[in-house]
Design a protein around this ligand. Structure first.
Ligand SMILES: [Zn+2]
Length: 166
């Protein structure tokens, strides 16, 4: 099912919606199309391009997203579904770099995607004590990275509007 990226008047990514929802916004003149697919959508009266990115005509005030909420899904999405110790994409779990039992917190710089074997090997130790090394230093994702929660891959046409994907 194709998704549409919805931008605020400021071009800031707001959310992701279905093509159907985007067409309703366009038909009501509440949004304009910024990027479209080659395919067309036929209604009884007219032919419309299939939107890929739309921009709302009036500003929607949203509390500024500073950090994404930490969930399994969000951690996996940030880490592109790869174990941050060995790169595996199978049997993924969430690991606390500094274990909770050692005072490690639920913060973006302390949670990483780990495959079950690496997680077992690491057990209740910091990575270096278990002979493991992080492939990258974990950080809070860019605010616009929330779109990764809605799609499996970022459409090429979306990239110019997403700071993390450019
Ligand atoms: Zn691993």
């Amino acid at each position: 099912m194709r998704k549409v990226l919805v931008l605020n008047t400021t071009y800031e990514p707001l959310n992701v919606c279905s093509v159907r929802r985007a067409l309703v916004l366009l038909l009501k003149d509440k949004a304009e199309v910024l990027e479209e697919a080659g395919a067309s959508f036929h209604s009884e009266r007219a032919v419309y391009p299939v939107p890929l990115v739309i921009r709302l005509r009036s500003y929607v005030h949203v509390p500024r997203r500073t950090t994404m909420r930490i969930t399994r899904r969000a951690v996996f999405a940030r880490d592109r579904h790869r174990c941050q110790y060995c790169g595996s994409d199978r049997h993924l779990t969430v690991d606390h770099v500094v274990p909770r039992s050692k005072g490690g917190r639920d913060t973006w710089d302390n949670v990483v995607t780990s495959c079950a074997p690496c997680n077992r090997k690491k057990a209740d130790r910091p990575p270096q004590s278990a002979g493991l090394r992080l492939l990258a230093r974990p950080r809070a994702p860019e605010p616009s990275a929330f779109v990764l929660l809605y799609v499996d891959h970022v459409h090429e046409a979306w990239r110019p509007y997403l700071s993390f994907a450019s």
